[in-house]
Design a protein around this ligand. Structure first.
Ligand SMILES: [Zn+2]
Length: 221
């Protein structure tokens, strides 16, 4: 099974992708994680990425695609299938992904679109903090650390990611919206768009996704 998760920043793509990967025994690839891994290094690619991400701007299509192509072509990558989270962000990236899959004689099974209102998104993202030492993620509303600003797991200092600051969040949402209509239409035309209401809690949202994917599988068989 090969899936992509679509939706605005803060809608819970990462959380849902993790649940899906576990349920269907497939690999979860997040562009956020892939980028953060690259940013730890000091390559040209790392400097290029930092330039875009720090400003809350989109990374150019060819750079994003290159990181995805490399990840998917690693030995043993997603033999059972995968779910991509954070890619594609626009129609051009979707076409690049289809081209890559066509070369390998396979195709995408479903594009899952998590939709949520802007208020919900800003609320969720601006209350997120991460450990500067181990990377654990906390949410000041739903998953509070025992001591403010200290990681429960390792005692590291909790920080707000640059891309979770309110100004940057709004900018990311606007950028997302400006490109999304055409991407949504692309998958709708292909008949593989699964649209899910992402305003609810994690379990409700996952239930919708699981049912949508299972009925899609039955239709396909
Ligand atoms: Zn920690």
């Amino acid at each position: 099974m090969r899936l992509v998760m679509l939706g605005p920043p803060g809608v819970g793509k990462g959380t849902q992708a993790t649940l899906i990967a576990h349920e269907f025994d497939i690999q979860h690839y997040s562009t956020g994680d892939i980028f953060r891994e690259i940013l730890k290094g000091s390559s040209n690619l790392s400097r290029e990425l930092a330039k875009y991400l720090d400003a809350g701007n989109l990374v150019p299509d060819d750079i994003v695609f290159e990181t995805i192509r490399k990840t998917l072509s690693e030995d043993g990558a997603g033999v059972n299938g995968w779910v991509l989270d954070g890619f594609p962000r626009n129609r051009k990236q979707a076409e690049m992904l289809d081209g890559l899959l066509l070369n390998e004689n396979c195709k995408l099974d479903s594009a899952i679109y998590l939709a949520a209102t802007r208020d919900v998104l800003v609320d969720r993202l601006s209350s997120r903090k991460v450990c500067s030492n181990c990377g654990a993620v906390y949410n000041l509303q739903m998953n509070r650390p025992k001591n403010n600003d200290i990681c429960d797991k390792c005692g590291g200092k909790l920080i707000q990611r640059k891309d979770d600051e309110k100004e940057t969040i709004l900018k990311r949402i606007f950028i997302f919206e400006s490109e999304f209509a055409s991407l949504r239409q692309y998958y709708k035309d292909r008949g593989i768009l699964l649209e899910v209401n992402g305003n609810g809690d994690t379990n409700d949202v996952f239930k919708q996704i699981r049912e949508g994917l299972k009925s899609g599988q039955e239709r396909g068989n």
